[in-house]
Design a protein around this ligand. Structure first.
Ligand code: ZN
Ligand code: ZN
Length: 112
């Protein structure tokens, strides 16, 4: 429980730890990055521990926040299960799009 540093900007002081069910979520108050302090990240799908870190944009759910910076969350992508997203991430070099948007679950045929 020592030497926690922001994986994005290296901040070690302005960090906010918050305990959740079985992990600790850390927020960097310097750059807005959020990550789970999970010592052994693994793929939820296949259980592989050979996962790659990636940043995912966080959707602002409420207005009125004074943070103008873009918050991102550190996630881990499986080179097998998340191959497409991982490739896309590596090419674009930008945070992944949030996955909370209800898309890709069914197309609505456009009426005439
Ligand atoms: Zn930071
Ligand atoms: Zn996997």
């Amino acid at each position: 429980m020592t030497d926690i540093a922001c994986p994005r900007c290296g901040e070690t002081e302005e960090l906010l730890g918050e305990r959740t069910d079985d992990a600790i979520t850390v927020t960097c108050e310097s750059c807005g990055t959020v990550w789970d302090r999970d010592l052994s990240p693994r793929c939820d799908t296949c259980g592989s521990t050979d996962v790659r870190p990636a940043y995912q944009a966080i959707v602002e759910k409420s207005r009125g926040t004074q943070l103008s910076m873009q918050s991102v969350r550190l996630v881990h992508l499986c080179p097998i299960c998340d191959a497409e997203r991982l490739a896309e991430y590596q090419v674009s070099n930008r945070p992944l799009a949030p996955d909370e948007l209800p898309t890709a679950s069914g197309e609505h045929p456009r009426g005439t």
